[in-house]
Design a protein around this ligand. Structure first.
Ligand code: C2O
Ligand code: CU
Length: 434
């Protein structure tokens, strides 16, 4: 079936603010090409949820109404935000209630996403549909001449498991170890869809929104593509690759160039990570129309000023381990009443991420984007040299990240973004003070 493109919401605007009202409620989506539509729970009852497009420096207010039967809380992933608008795991919107989240968009243009973050239930809630794109633009990026409009396409990569009646199957308790792995690729809510493309460069905003699956993406033809952005916006320069690892919650903006392709030809974005059950093809591109391409991919995309280790005031060790029925950080299970790590605003820290388990853990920190200093003692690959909020810490391996919390004191979580690990308490709290 054709690749669905999530709708972009139209805000109510004032001179400074764009306002939105969204209701979380049940709905249905035609996920499989044949058979019944699949019941979901989504933003406005849709899956994927509607895209919010923001402008750097303009405030966005989103009023989320809970039209469902379970508690929810909504986190804008990658957003620098006051704690009261961060979607803390116990900051519930109870059924029937509403909450207005304020996002100042005082951060880099890039591909972000909003999703449910309810304590112990994030996996089930995101799996059932509570995930959507949040894209920030700024004039500097808009002036680069990158592919835009219909040539700028979000790709939400996920895996699902279907029952015979096309309802979604999910059992978090059977998946404590790996996290949930489905047997079916779903992109923007459709099973292995296709996209009709023109002979033009495309910017694909790739988001791994799966619960726990790692994707290693490549084009079936073996053609290269250019990575231009990561979690926190544009890289300094494009990185040409034929294969790219995308861990849960990571985003990469890719340029795939069909300008030299023949009308009638096709290619497939496929996954070569062979976690079991394995998933191969994700989305097919069918070149159906010829068009002139005036977009450009400049050799210099943005300025990334790298931190150096010597700027940090301290190094905080964090060890990720498997418990019996749960997952721990520094031997601790998530407790919303306990503060675990203490940081001061405008101060640079290194967090040392030690993985003492046989599973990769995609580490995610709230409040600020960080830079990756090293992975297993080596500099990160060039596509991880920009700003990030999620980093894959290899099994039995390590990584160091460096960051500076800014603007908003308060209590923020950090956690593994395999959602079943998070729900089995692989999450701690950072207390950020003036
Ligand atoms: Cu994408 Cu704490 O989450
Ligand atoms: Cu994990």
């Amino acid at each position: 079936m054709p690749l669905p493109i999530p709708v972009t919401l139209t805000p109510t605007t004032t001179a400074t603010t764009d306002s939105y009202s969204i209701t979380v409620k049940p709905g249905t989506t035609q996920m499989k090409a044949t058979g019944a539509a699949t019941p979901i729970v989504g933003f406005n009852g849709t899956f994927p949820g509607p895209t919010i497009v923001a402008t750097k420096g303009r405030t966005v207010q989103v009023t989320q109404t809970n039209g469902w039967t379970e508690n929810i809380t909504i986190h804008n992933h990658g957003h620098k935000v006051a704690a009261s608008s961060d979607g803390h795991p116990t900051d519930y919107i109870v059924p029937g209630a509403s909450k207005t989240y304020t996002y100042t968009n005082d951060q880099r243009a890039g591909t972000y996403w909003y999703h449910d973050h309810t304590m112990d239930l994030t996996g089930a809630h995101v799996y059932n549909g509570l995930a959507a794109f949040y894209i920030i633009h700024d004039p500097a990026e808009d002036s680069l001449g990158l592919p835009s409009g219909s040539y700028d396409v979000p790709l939400l990569l996920q895996d699902k498991q279907f029952n015979a009646d096309n309802t979604l199957a999910y059992d978090s308790n059977n998946n404590i170890r790996h996290g949930f792995l489905g047997d079916t690729a779903v992109v923007n809510g459709a099973v292995t869809p296709y996209l009709n493309v023109s002979t033009h460069k495309y910017r694909f905003r790739v988001l791994n929104g799966s619960n726990a699956r790692n994707f290693t993406i490549q084009l079936a033809s073996g053609a290269s593509f250019r990575v231009i952005g990561s979690d926190g916006g544009l890289l300094a320069a494009p990185v040409t690759l034929t294969s790219l690892n995308v861990a849960p919650a990571e985003r990469y903006d890719l340029i795939i160039d069909f300008s030299g392709a023949a009308v009638g030809s096709s290619d497939v974005l496929t996954n070569t990570d062979r976690d079991n059950p394995s998933i191969g093809d994700l989305v097919q591109f069918r070149v159906t129309t010829a068009t002139a391409d005036t977009s450009t991919v400049p050799a210099t995309l943005s300025t990334i000023t790298r931190y150096t280790s010597s700027q940090a005031v301290s190094t905080v060790p964090l060890t990720f381990s498997q418990g019996n029925q749960d997952w721990t950080i520094n031997g601790l299970l998530y407790d919303p009443a306990r503060l675990d790590v203490f940081s001061t605003l405008n101060t640079i820290y290194i967090w040392e991420l030690n993985n003492q388990s046989g599973e990769m853990h995609p580490f995610h920190k709230h409040l600020t984007e960080f830079q990756v200093l090293d992975i297993n003692g080596s500099p990160p690959p060039p596509e991880q040299m920009g700003w990030k909020d999620t980093v894959a810490v290899p099994s039995w391996g390590s990584a160091h990240v460096i960051f500076k919390d800014e603007t908003f004191p308060g209590t923020f979580v950090f956690h593994c973004h395999k959602l079943e690990h998070e729900d089995h308490r692989m999450m701690l709290q950072e207390s950020v003070t003036q």
